[in-house]
Design a protein around this ligand. Structure first.
Ligand code: GLP
Length: 237
């Protein structure tokens, strides 16, 4: 595991984008795993500045809410479209997000897992970490070998994500998320973490026991992990 500690959140974006740019230059058909939440946004902004040819890039999102109407501005499909697809000039058909408005979400989850495999797997997976150690929407208690599936969100995660919705009760109860086992199959994991409020959980994830109680602790099982953290988030490492 390599860990870069940089002064500020924007600097995490610059460093992570530099890593991604090198990968994309060496493999123009890179399959990217993209994450939502606030932490990765500086990466997408910085990567756009590299002005790479993204024509052949494919991207898979980590997760999606279940039950938001198609086109809802806070659905991850829309967030990824705004923050990733448009910003990085990806081909819209090359970007996939689990179908949270499918009539059969379980089937949509299985189809998504198959689509990732069909693309040859993910070359680099961008990750954030939740305050309770969640990765994607794998909440505490998720099996370390879990696959893409429908899950309930915890109240803590719903509260954390309420900032994006008009009312906290508008945050969906369920999601489709790549599993921890699915995420571990990506060939390179790139975790970006900002802020003092993540310092404790980052230390637990990287230095504590590998346990479903802290889903991000699975990072310790992967042979190629890069962590980019600002000084505040790295304070307890
Ligand atoms: C959401 C996403 C996660 C993300 C987490 C942390 O719940 N599903 O993929 O890592 O929030 O978000 P933030 O970076 O805004 O703290």
């Amino acid at each position: 595991m390599e860990i870069f500690v940089v002064p500020t959140a924007p600097a995490t974006g610059s460093v992570a984008a530099g890593i991604l740019a090198a990968v994309i230059r060496s493999k123009p058909s890179t399959v990217l795993g993209v994450a939502t939440g606030g932490s990765p946004l500086p990466i997408y902004k910085a990567l756009a500045g590299h002005r790479l040819d993204m024509t052949l890039i494919r991207a898979f999102a980590l997760d999606e809410y279940v039950g938001l109407p198609a086109g809802h501005p806070e659905s991850y499909a829309e967030v990824v479209r705004r923050e990733v697809t448009e910003r990085l000039h990806l081909g819209p058909a090359n970007v996939a997000v689990p179908d949270g408005s499918a009539a059969d979400p379980e089937r949509a989850a299985a189809d998504y897992e198959a689509a990732i495999a069909g693309a040859g797997g993910i070359d680099v997976q961008i990750l954030g970490i939740g305050h309770n150690g969640h990765l994607a929407f794998n909440e505490p208690g998720s099996a370390l070998d879990s696959r893409t599936r429908v899950e309930m969100l915890t109240e803590r995660t719903r509260q954390a994500n309420a900032r994006y919705f008009t009312s906290p009760s508008d945050v969906p109860l369920r999601c489709i998320t790549q599993g921890l086992g699915t995420i571990l199959e990506a060939r390179h994991l790139l975790l970006v973490v900002n802020g003092a409020d993540k310092a404790g959980i980052l230390a637990d994830a990287l230095n504590g026991p590998v346990t479903p109680d802290c889903p991000a602790s699975v990072l310790q099982l992967h042979p190629h992990v890069t962590v980019v953290a600002d000084e505040a988030a790295a304070a307890q490492l």
